[in-house]
Design a protein around this ligand. Structure first.
Ligand SMILES: Cc1cc2nc3c(=O)[nH]c(=O)nc-3n(C[C@H](O)[C@H](O)[C@H](O)COP(=O)(O)OP(=O)(O)OC[C@H]3O[C@@H](n4cnc5c(N)ncnc54)[C@H](O)[C@@H]3O)c2cc1C
Length: 456
């Protein structure tokens, strides 16, 4: 028997849960399909930082922020290659979405400063609790959520998407009719084939993100002529261990932002370490084997804090991921890099600081424009190997501000909507921390509203 719903949502991460909850709140009959046995995708693996401006948490922390500053940051970091209609939609809907999430029990922590933000704007949340809360909203209003159901193809009647074909947990194929289909399938950080096709520079990067993020939605939309945006700007994130244990997967350490330098296997620096971690990631992947070593001394280790995972050095030292030595030569030996080169590199770095000069890569600060460089002089010395990780692709199908999927000529594909990491255009050439979760909730919510209205 063929089933029929007003709205079919594909993917049970933040974008899909937001779309399903919103459409169900409006009274739509909703089906959400998730191909994994549990919901959450990359959302629940993430660091949980959400970029919203003008929040109560910012006010409580004395942070002055507003939507104009947010907009400026998004466009500057995106190299003005962003689709401004999507940036404007994010800015217009961000506070309403933040309040909607809070209204459904999502608890936002105090804002943290992060990459690409003029002011502390990254609000930590428990992402699993957030997705669960939204799915509860959806199911309490009658939505059906099916796990281990994978959408395979979109169904088209005339010129309109009229549903989808999916494989259930037993391998049986089903036709589901729907007034609107929302693709919320996440990115393709787990698809070596698509990465090879669209971002071959990422071949050496560690692959992370939700195991279901293999670009299914992108391919289904492409089959119907969807346009693509932001593919040239796919970047990996610097700082992860090259051979991660499951506990470390996708999570790294950024001692560089506390005063470390990064050297390659020849013991030589290759970048300005105060740059955003995605830019350092590109430079790292261009080094031999795509491997770098972060090198620092005792005062940097002393900044270790359990509150910020990327600066939580102590447990990684105890766990043997970070090496310690009394001299730079001994440290180089432990790391397998030439000791004389490392000593010369550190000596040159320290001399430039003493002379008050930027170094040959232009580094003047610790991170972004903030913090004084520190000479690396106080033993013991520390170091660890690291590389870049493909966490999220931030590029994908073209959509308008109402989340309608646009074809290669910019015309809407009737009946088809997309939200979250499966879409391109919003970030442009660079990613501001917290805006991927922000984008998933904001555009997921818009998709739920538009899909319901147009299906009705
Ligand atoms: C380690 C890590 C840290 C991160 N930290 C941050 C951060 O702090 N802030 C931030 O903004 N972003 C961060 N990101 C990025 C962010 O988490 C993602 O971009 C965002 O969660 C994507 O949400 P989504 O709903 O679009 O996709 P996802 O949450 O990935 O959900 C997509 C879902 O669709 C399912 N699916 C795929 N194909 C099908 C199909 N054919 N049928 C049915 N279901 C399907 C998948 O299994 C998955 O569950 C991080 C990512 C990682 C991996």
């Amino acid at each position: 028997m063929t089933e029929r719903f007003d709205v079919a949502v594909v993917g049970g991460g933040l974008a899909g849960a937001s779309a399903a909850a919103t459409a169900a709140e409006r009274g739509a009959s909703v089906l959400l399909l998730e191909k994994n046995p549990t919901p959450g995708g990359s959302t629940v693996l993430s660091s949980g930082l959400n970029a919203y401006a003008g929040t109560d948490e910012q006010a409580a922390a004395g942070v002055t922020d507003d939507v104009e500053l947010l907009r400026r940051d998004l466009l500057e970091v995106g190299g003005h290659r962003n689709d401004t209609a999507l940036v404007d939609a994010y800015c217009r809907e961000q506070l309403a979405t933040y309040r909607w999430l809070r209204g459904h029990g999502v608890v936002f922590g105090a804002p943290l400063a992060a990459s690409g933000q003029s002011v502390p704007r990254s609000h930590p949340v428990d992402t699993a609790a957030m997705v669960e809360a939204l799915l509860r909203v959806a199911t309490s209003r009658g939505a059906e959520v099916r796990y281990r159901w994978a959408a395979r193809r979109l169904e088209v009647t005339g010129d309109r998407v009229s549903g989808l074909r999916a494989i259930d947990r037993d391998g049986a194929e089903h036709l589901v009719r729907a007034g609107a289909v929302v693709l919320a399938t996440g990115g393709f950080s787990r698809s070596p084939a698509l990465l090879n096709r669209f971002a071959p520079r990422m071949a050496k990067a560690v692959k992370a993100g939700g195991t279901g993020n293999t670009g299914d939605g992108l391919l289904m939309a492409c089959k119907l002529g969807a346009g693509l945006a932001d593919l040239p700007y796919i970047k990996a994130t610097f700082g992860v261990f090259p051979w991660p244990s499951p506990a470390e997967e996708g999570h790294g350490l950024l001692a560089v932002y506390k005063g470390a330098i990064a050297v390659n296997g020849h013991g030589e620096r290759f970048t300005d370490e105060s740059l955003p971690y995605k830019q350092i990631g590109d430079a790292c992947l261009a080094q031999p084997e795509g491997i770098a070593f972060q090198i620092f001394d005792a005062p940097v280790l002393a900044t270790s804090t359990p509150d910020v995972p990327i600066y939580n050095f102590e447990p990684r030292l105890r766990g043997g991921l970070i090496q310690r030595a009394d001299t730079l030569e001994e440290l180089a030996d432990l790391l397998g890099i030439p000791g004389d080169r490392l000593r010369a590199t550190v000596g040159d770095y320290n001399a430039r600081i003493a002379a008050g000069e930027p170094d040959r890569f232009g580094r003047r600060t610790l991170s972004g424009g903030v913090g004084e460089r520190r000479p690396i002089v106080t033993p013991p010395f520390y170091g660890y190997p690291c590389t870049a990780v493909m966490l999220a692709t931030y590029a994908g199908v073209t959509v308008d501000a109402e989340t309608r999927v646009l074809d290669v000529f910019g015309d809407p594909i009737p009946g088809l909507y997309a939200a979250g990491e499966v879409t391109g255009g919003f970030h442009g050439a660079g990613y501001v921390t917290g805006t991927s979760l922000g984008k998933s909730a904001i555009f997921g919510r818009i998709a739920g509203i538009t899909a319901y209205q147009e299906a009705a």
